[in-house]
Design a protein around this ligand. Structure first.
Ligand SMILES: [Zn+2]
Length: 400
């Protein structure tokens, strides 16, 4: 296959890695999942090798040589830092003790001799949804994606870029507290989240929320319900099927989830006023009559101003099983293009320093300062340490 350059996207999950490949023209060279076992339970060494196998697999399937690869996008489930360091307290998917505080991004970059761009899986899926919807206008648009699964994942995209935040914790939509008035039933206990909060979006709008909070309560209201005879974990997974079949209790549970998601989008509307609100997760793949009802309930509970209704849309995240890998590939491509395509293959062998390139806050700050200085007759780029000191003083001293 004749290509000038490509990026590889990898979605690392609890059991499998999913890989894809995106060329310089923005075309995916694979139209389906390319999966290998992720081996994450066996610890970092084995799992890094499995990610390398994943890269080799997509190259093998497409006939693209490794020399054409300019960057690799990687996502994993959290919690991890914005730069791919797995939480020191461990994580659900990273139970092996070797994962604690492990820098998965740098380790893969070192092993491959290529830049690796890391995002959590919710952010990658959000970036994918954004690109699919906005295409060539992605860079001018913003969106918020809420993806309902075991937890409530997602992300925020602003001007085509994932909003990562100072500590890599932006876009944790699941842990945004939401108003619960007229959402909870009279006497229903306050829903608790694994993060330690009560009444955040994930405590209601997730499979875990159904299992820990919603279903145990609603089973007390529907005594003798078929699901009451099953272990709670098993019963929680069946609630959607019951809702598809029109079961009253299951619909009450999903109505609470829809209200929570609508209120979350309402917060997003006031905070970010995005072009699009994306909804994803298992419910998207549900029977169409149920999906449409759920989607309508979310919309009905999203309070937008008239101007916002005209300017924005609420829609479903497509192709969720490929969203992580494809979003990771977009992140790698965006990063490479931002470098002015100056990274030749194998030239970026210094892993662990991506922050210098891509967070760019310092660079942005300088750019903002350069404009008035040019107007004052000084050369752009002639910013000195003294100027920066003066700027710092200006900001602090003016504010005092
Ligand atoms: Zn939470």
């Amino acid at each position: 296959m004749l290509v000038d350059w490509v990026v590889v996207g990898l979605d690392n999950g609890g059991t499998t890695n999913n890989g894809t490949i995106l060329d310089s023209a923005g075309r995916f060279l694979l139209d389906r999942l390319a999966e290998v076992p992720s081996d994450v339970r066996e610890g970092p060494d084995k799992a890094i090798e499995s990610l390398v196998v994943s890269v080799e697999q997509v190259l093998g399937l497409t006939g693209v040589p490794i020399t054409a690869v300019r960057a690799v996008g990687l996502d994993t489930p959290g919690p991890a830092s914005g730069d791919g360091v797995i939480s020191s307290k461990g994580a659900t998917n990273f139970g092996h003790v070797g994962w604690r505080g492990f820098d998965i991004r740098s380790a893969l970059a070192e092993r491959l001799g290529l830049p690796v761009i890391y995002n959590n899986d919710g952010n990658s899926a959000a970036l994918y949804a954004h690109h699919v919807r906005f295409g060539t206008e992605s860079g001018q648009r913003s969106s918020v994606a809420a993806i309902v699964g075991t937890g409530l994942g997602g992300g925020i995209i602003q001007a085509g870029q994932i909003v990562r935040g100072a500590a890599g914790m932006a876009g944790e939509l699941g842990h945004v507290p939401i108003p619960l008035d007229d959402l909870l039933d009279v006497g229903q206990p306050m829903p608790a989240c694994n993060c330690g909060q009560s009444g955040d979006a994930e405590s209601v709008a997730s499979l875990t929320g159904i299992q820990n909070n919603l279903l145990p309560y609603w089973l007390t209201r529907y005594q003798g319900h078929e699901l009451s005879g099953l272990p709670i974990g098993k019963a929680a997974k069946l609630v959607r099927k019951y809702a598809e079949d029109g079961d009253e209790m299951a619909l009450a549970i999903f109505r609470q989830q829809a209200i929570a998601l609508g209120r979350l989008f309402t917060i997003a509307a006031n905070f970010l006023d995005p072009d699009a609100y994306f909804l994803g997760g298992g419910v998207v793949e549900a029977a169409s009559h149920f999906r449409d009802w759920f989607f309508a309930e979310v919309r009905a509970n999203t309070a937008l101003r008239e101007e916002q209704v005209r300017a924005s849309e609420i829609s479903l995240v497509p192709d969720l099983d490929m969203a992580g890998a494809r979003g990771s590939a977009y992140a790698a491509r965006d990063w490479f293009i931002d470098q002015g395509q100056q990274v030749p293959p194998g030239a970026s062998l210094s892993p662990g320093r991506r922050d210098e390139h891509d967070h760019g806050e310092a660079g942005r700050l300088i750019a903002l300062v350069v404009v008035p200085m040019r107007a004052a007759g000084r050369k752009a780029g002639a910013l000195t340490g003294a100027d920066l000191m003066a700027l710092a003083c200006h900001r602090h001293c003016q504010g005092a």
